[in-house]
Design a binder for this molecule. Structure first.
Ligand code: DX5
Ligand code: ZN
Length: 223
């Protein structure tokens, strides 16, 4: 199985925000054994979002035990200050928030120079048209399907419209772009999201609150 976006293989990126931090190694090893493709690492600073998650020490533990790429989602102000540190902490991809980046083109070039996949996340209120002049430079766009800051929130239905809008932009500027959806993803919407054009689904609480997280990952991947 390949992660080549052109083959349109659906990817699942479980978020360790919902993992058991007292047993993080165990949970990462479960993800290693599962059908998960990436491991999603949510960094929150208490400024860009009203919550603080974790920082470098936890990301480094994830990297130490993971055999799958770390998909680092930076919900922080001034992410440029920390890109090098997260690359050193093992990020395979880094996604910054559009709303936190006044010099987004420069930020994207730096992520690429660090050898990482470059992504931009957009909040529910931000229209995808704001990406028109940057989408050609990106490897990935992450559509937030909840307001960032917390796991376990309700999925926002307008996400389907945003995927459709983004598909139009990608057809014009970047057919190989990966579309990732993050927030409130579960077995009731995963199939519909893939059908709408999403390539990567992030799932936190639906995976880690399941009786069998690895079975839930499989359910989502084949939805
Ligand atoms: C929310 C984070 C998400 C979160 C998703 O701000 O970006 O990645 O972990 O959690 P669920 O899947 O529970 O909505
Ligand atoms: Zn996230």
């Amino acid at each position: 199985m390949t992660n080549d976006p052109m083959t349109n293989v659906p990817l699942i990126a479980p978020s360790i925000l919902s993992a058991d931090f007292g047993n993080l190694q165990r949970d990462i090893e479960m993800l290693n054994q599962s059908e998960a493709d990436w491991i999603h690492v949510d960094i929150m600073d208490g400024l860009f979002v009203p919550n603080i998650s974790f920082g470098f020490p936890v990301a480094e533990v994830a990297y130490k035990h993971a055999v799958k790429p770390l998909d680092v989602h930076l919900m922080i102000v001034e992410p440029d200050r920390y890109l090098k540190r997260f690359a050193e902490a093992g990020a395979a991809g880094m996604t910054v928030q559009l709303e936190a980046c006044p010099n987004l083109h420069r930020t994207i070039q730096v992520i690429k120079e660090l050898g990482c996949r470059a992504g931009v996340a957009i909040n529910p209120h931000s229209p995808v048209t704001l990406l028109e002049d940057i989408v050609g430079d990106l490897d990935l766009v992450l559509i937030m399907s909840v307001n960032p800051g917390f796991g376990g929130q309700r999925f926002i239905e307008n996400t389907y419209k945003k995927i459709a809008d983004l598909k139009k932009l990608t057809e014009k500027y970047n057919p190989g772009l990966l579309i990732e959806v993050d927030g409130g993803v579960d077995q009731t919407n995963a199939g519909k999201l893939f059908s709408a054009g999403a390539n990567v689904l992030v799932a936190g609480s639906s995976v880690f609150s399941a009786a069998s997280p690895s079975a839930m990952i499989s359910t989502l991947k084949h939805a």
